[in-house]
Design a protein around this ligand. Structure first.
Ligand SMILES: [Zn+2]
Length: 634
């Protein structure tokens, strides 16, 4: 999300969408056509491992932020006293996007951290924020709540590009974050005051559009508005009040949705993260209304982006947008590829479409993104990446702790607070094991527990331990990832089953489960490669779901090329041109990479430069290359 007027970026969302709210598990999902449902995060706990460690780093970063500083611009806007030092970056008191993180992503993240890890400290901070933001809303007197005055919305309605000396940025985008933060506090912590606030804002939105003609409204919707349709649909799901569904409809754009409904890719030129949240909104509208047109839109859109516009890391976009025709990413490798927000939102959409279909491909896609463009995008201080450089010779850079607050900072703090929201899904009686993550499931209503022990990917498989007081008959569906090589196997209580499942599908194990039953899955990995879409000579190497990266020497450890400030990152012009991609022979990755140690995930190129190779998620400060040039070799 660059700071320009007109169409903007960002996104977040209420995956709340799929989460069960406290106390009323299934109403919220209320999908007339949902097949599967994720477990509430309170029912899943991460066990020791990389995900838990990364989640804890994220919680420490969230805990370093103080509520008085977060609240500053909200209080000032509402005429309330504040002597706090405001945060900087996109939360600076003169930034047109202010409030998106402080009153939005932050609330979502602390709610998610409470639900996923029981973090009471963050929950209390969230409660303070909700109470104080409610005071600000009350002072405004009309339901409005933002960290800038309503005049930015007035400028949007008039079509002004300027507002108070700065460009109009994306006022509804910001409002979406604030509403979604409140909805997440309702859903994940049970904070009822947050529901009142969100309803108050929704009422203001409804009033805002009175007297605005359809044509004018559609013009306004060309400015990025995040997931307004989704959060209003979620509010309808929570309250059953038709007015919120009606208001959600106001955020629909035929110019975007009609081609998708007709299975036409007209995405070229569009800003990616402006549009993925609209797809999530369509998904929620399908779940809440049963109208299959919305499902067509959401599913086709996701399918198209994943198959025709994604890089091997499981994300899309070049300088935040879709620049080319479907299936053609040739020449697009650069410093500012694959905005992290986009992966966050695509993964939300993966979850929805998986819930409707039970098809493993969506969880394969989720896994690809999770390991390659979410893991690794947070540093040891809890700072997050914005773009994901995919040209050779660049490195990761991160936001500063208090002077950035980019869109990707916001989606990042949410992502790293909700790793346990997708590991397990269920229907009335049965369980789907979707992700290989050390964790424990406690399905209280069914008195069924499952403990997943794995050091995946250092270990090529996982073990599931059943915990029941009395024997229970049900089916446990376990994803056999599409990347599994020859030799995959399953053992129950030490005995090998003759049956296995095709890679890229679910293995369904139906029996009477006893306490202590043990399912052991062996999921062998192998080296393989994938071309850059539209440029078969450029290939990424993979091992299981892991994209491998060649190390190209030390990158900066600090300074402006490593830690950013206001801008989304250093400019490519300040960094110099990319390096040459490493050269590899044609053929599969085993032709140019050898496994040094599977347990240590250590690899080496067997090309003449003998490069050290490792999973991309383990690249920290090094310069790296993801794509190899297999054409130059002779
Ligand atoms: Zn972003």
């Amino acid at each position: 999300m660059t700071a320009v007027a007109g169409s903007l970026t960002l996104g977040r969302n209420p995956l709340a969408a799929l989460a069960a709210p406290m106390g009323k598990p299934d109403d919220f999902v209320a999908g007339k056509s949902d097949k599967l449902t994720p477990f509430a995060m309170t029912q899943v706990r991460l066990l020791d491992g990389i995900f838990k460690a990364q989640a804890e780093i994220n919680q420490r970063y969230l805990d370093s932020l103080t509520t008085d500083r977060l609240l500053h611009s909200f209080r000032v806007t509402s005429g309330l006293a504040s002597t706090a030092t405001p945060y900087g970056g996109w939360e600076r008191p003169d930034c047109a996007l202010r409030g998106h993180f402080n009153g939005g992503h932050y609330l979502s993240a602390v709610a998610l951290a409470y639900a996923s890890a029981g973090n009471e400290t963050l929950r209390k901070s969230g409660d303070v924020m909700v109470a104080e933001l409610a005071r600000c809303q009350k002072a405004n007197g009309n339901g409005y709540l933002s960290a800038y005055p309503e005049s930015q919305f007035a400028a949007l309605a008039k079509g002004d590009r300027q507002w108070g000396g700065v460009n109009v940025w994306a006022p509804f985008y910001t409002l979406h974050k604030i509403m979604a933060g409140h909805v997440d506090m309702v859903v994940h912590t049970g904070n009822e005051q947050a529901l009142q606030t969100a309803e108050g804002i929704a009422g203001w939105v409804r009033g805002y559009f009175v007297g605005i003609a359809d044509e004018q409204r559609q013009r306004m919707l060309r400015t990025e508005y995040g997931g307004m349709n989704e959060v209003l649909a979620n509010l309808y799901g929570l309250t059953g009040k038709q007015e919120y569904l009606d208001t959600a409809h106001l955020f629909e754009q035929p110019v975007f949705m009609d081609p998708l409904a007709g299975h036409r890719d007209e995405l070229k030129g569009l800003h990616a993260n402006t549009h993925v949240p609209k797809g999530i909104g369509a998904a929620r509208m399908y779940e809440l209304t049963g109208e299959t047109r919305y499902r067509e839109i959401a599913q086709y859109f996701l399918d198209e982006v994943l198959t025709e516009r994604n890089y091997a890391i499981g994300n899309t976009s070049v300088n935040e947008s879709w620049r080319g025709d479907p299936g053609n990413l040739k020449g697009s490798l650069q410093y500012s590829d694959a905005e992290c927000c986009v992966a966050y939102n695509l993964m939300k959409l993966d979850r929805h479409v998986f819930a409707w279909t039970g098809d493993a491909r969506w969880m394969d896609a989720y896994e690809r993104s999770l390991w390659n463009c979410r893991m690794g995008t947070q540093n040891a201080q809890g700072l997050k990446q914005y773009f994901f450089p995919l040209a050779a010779g660049y490195w990761r850079y991160f936001n500063s702790a208090e002077q950035s607050f980019w869109c990707c900072t916001g989606t990042g703090v949410e992502e790293f607070a909700k790793f346990n929201d997708t590991i397990y899904f269920h229907d009335a009686n049965n369980i789907w094991v979707n992700q290989l993550i050390a964790s424990e499931l406690n399905w209280k209503e069914q008195k069924f527990g499952l403990r997943q022990e794995t050091s995946f990917p250092a270990e090529q498989g996982t073990t599931l331990h059943i915990q029941v007081a009395a024997p229970q008959r049900r089916t446990i569906h376990v994803r056999i990832p599409g990347w599994v090589a020859e030799g995959g196997a399953v053992r129950i209580n030490g005995r090998a089953l003759e049956a296995f499942a095709q890679p890229g599908s679910y293995l369904s194990l139906t029996r009477e489960w006893h306490n202590g039953d043990k399912i052991e899955l062996s999921l062998p990995m192998q080296l393989r490669s994938e071309p850059l879409l539209g440029d078969p000579a450029m290939r990424a190497a993979l091992y299981g779901p892991l994209v491998l990266a060649a190390e190209l020497g030390a990158g900066p450890k600090d300074g402006p090329q490593k830690i950013g400030g206001y801008d989304s990152g250093p400019k490519q012009s300040d960094l110099g041109p990319p390096a040459e991609a490493p050269v590899a022979p044609a053929g599969d990755a085993a032709e140019w990479i050898k496994v040094v140690s599977a347990k240590d995930l250590a690899f080496q190129s067997i090309t003449k430069d003998k490069l050290a190779v490792k999973p991309l998620y383990r690249i920290a400060d090094e310069k790296y290359a993801v794509y190899w040039n297999t054409e130059k070799n002779s």
